[in-house]
Design a protein around this ligand. Structure first.
Ligand code: PMP
Length: 458
């Protein structure tokens, strides 16, 4: 045992001495070291000391089918034995990539014509932005270069996707956002709605503000608008009544493309197969990752409509090859796993299941609405956030904000519950695996309640 322990200590020291961790305070990491996760099962993970945690965040909104889905493991193993890798450049293909493409297109709520693969959500968003640019060049409107995103959006951390992200922590020090990105206002009704304003009126105001932004920037300079159906990392902001309908009308007026970023909302999370369906979005481009493979393999995807595809394809008459893609685009192992994940979602009726368990989860979380620390409980399906405030009546933020939720997440972790302190407010994110049982959802809510009491006492 002594040996085992010293091995673990050595592992932690090696982590600190050799890794730069994403989204981690490097100085604090040197002091407190890593939480080393060694095993997962169902909705739970286990650390190197054998402690058990229920993962109410599905890792990073990703492991929809939980940590021990044998069918995904088998799909990967079989494919590894047959063809562990080949690329899809220059007319090459593989059966897994082809079948996954067909399966994905057949599930979408709007008619999409083609799929291109990436390795992550950030790459999917960068690819979507490049596709919008490429389309407008091919369509003879090369001046359409600006992309409108929204404050508090999360679209990834690459140069384009990080620019589209509307969180300042992702920009400072990185020379981002780049100049072609504009950020519209965040549609968080509870936080930004005016006194006496209805949700519909608030949505109209957001649409009017968007139109003003478009007119000021020059409508013929705008390539696309990008949005998550539910803003995830920015605080789980569910769109207010009528929001996307009104936004879509403005975009249609100026011929601006709609990129729906389904990286979190895709594959049942919101109680329909896609967030675009839940909120009536008619996208021209869609991006996917995370639950596409239930996170068992890194893979993302982008789909485009036939109209876009035709223009993009026609550009090859003048430009030759379509000059974009990755070494691992259409990676056979990632595609085989994703194909199996999509099959499981359909066989186990993820939509029916989340519609039911999501309603129960949301209703139980609303128990916290009366708690003195809780400003708002929000969410849809199996994605939610609880926002903590310094003053319930005035909705006053803690000063500085963003510390109390960190404290909460730490206390929850000590109680065996994983939630996530989200930036831009004192909100805690919840996004449990899609097939959590009722008793697992109860356990999450009960542990959350215990933590609320502990953080109140603190
Ligand atoms: N889009 C959205 C909506 C996301 O939530 C994320 C990741 N949280 C991304 C894109 C980026 O995905 P990745 O981390 O796989 O690059």
């Amino acid at each position: 045992m002594a040996d085992a322990h010293s091995n673990l200590d050595a592992l932690r020291e090696d982590d600190v001495s050799s890794l730069l961790h994403p989204f981690t305070n490097a100085v604090a990491h040197g002091q407190i070291g890593p939480d080393v996760v060694v095993r997962g099962e169902g909705a739970r993970i286990y650390d190197d000391a054998g402690r058990e945690y229920i993962d109410a965040m599905s890792g990073l909104w990703a492991i929809g089918l939980g940590y021990s889905e044998e069918r995904l493991i088998n799909a990967a193993t079989e494919q590894l034995k047959k063809l562990p890798y080949y690329h899809t450049f220059a007319h090459k293909s593989n059966p897994a990539a082809i079948k996954l493409g067909k399966a994905l297109l057949s599930m979408l709520p709007v008619e999409m014509s083609k799929v291109i693969y990436t390795n992550s959500g950030s790459e999917a968003v960068d690819t979507a932005i490049k596709l919008a640019w490429y389309y407008w060049n091919a369509a003879g409107e090369p001046e359409r270069v600006k992309i409108i995103s929204r404050k508090r959006a999360y679209h990834g951390s690459n140069v384009a996707s990080g620019s589209a992200t509307g969180l300042t922590v992702m920009h400072g020090g990185f020379n981002l956002p780049f100049s072609q990105i504009l950020h519209a206002e965040c549609p968080h009704f509870w936080r930004y709605g005016e006194k006496g304003e209805t949700e519909e009126e608030f949505s109209q105001r957001k649409a009017d503000e968007l139109e003003k932004l478009i007119l000021e920037a020059g409508p013929t300079t705008i390539a696309a608008f990008i949005a998550e159906p539910v803003m995830g990392a920015g605080g789980v902001i569910v769109p207010p009544e009528g929001y996307f309908e009104k936004i879509q009308a403005v975009l249609d007026r100026y011929g601006i493309l709609f990129i729906s970023d389904e990286v979190i909302c895709g594959f049942g999370r919101t109680g329909k197969m896609f967030g675009s369906e839940t909120f009536g979005i008619r996208p021209d481009i869609m991006t996917f990752a995370k639950q596409l493979s239930s996170a068992y393999m890194p893979i993302g995807a982008v789909t485009v409509t036939e109209e876009l595809y035709e223009k993009i394809a026609s550009a090859s008459n003048t430009r030759g090859v379509f000059g974009h893609g990755y070494t691992y685009s259409g990676h056979p192992v990632a595609c085989a796993v994703a194909l199996e994940a999509l099959t499981i979602y359909q066989e186990r009726d993820v939509v029916g299941h989340v519609a039911q368990s999501g309603a129960y989860f949301q209703q139980r979380l609303r128990e916290f609405e009366s708690h003195p620390l809780v400003g708002e409980v929000r969410g849809v399906g199996l994605i939610a956030a609880v926002e903590l405030v310094a003053d319930k009546r005035s909705k006053k933020l803690f000063d500085p904000f963003g510390k109390v939720n960190g404290r909460f997440a730490k206390l929850a972790y000590e109680r065996g519950l994983i939630t996530r302190a989200l930036p831009a407010s004192d909100s805690l994110g919840l996004c449990p695996p899609l097939f959590c049982t009722k008793s697992e959802l109860d356990e999450i809510v009960d542990k959350f309640a215990d933590t609320l009491e502990a953080v109140t006492e603190f």
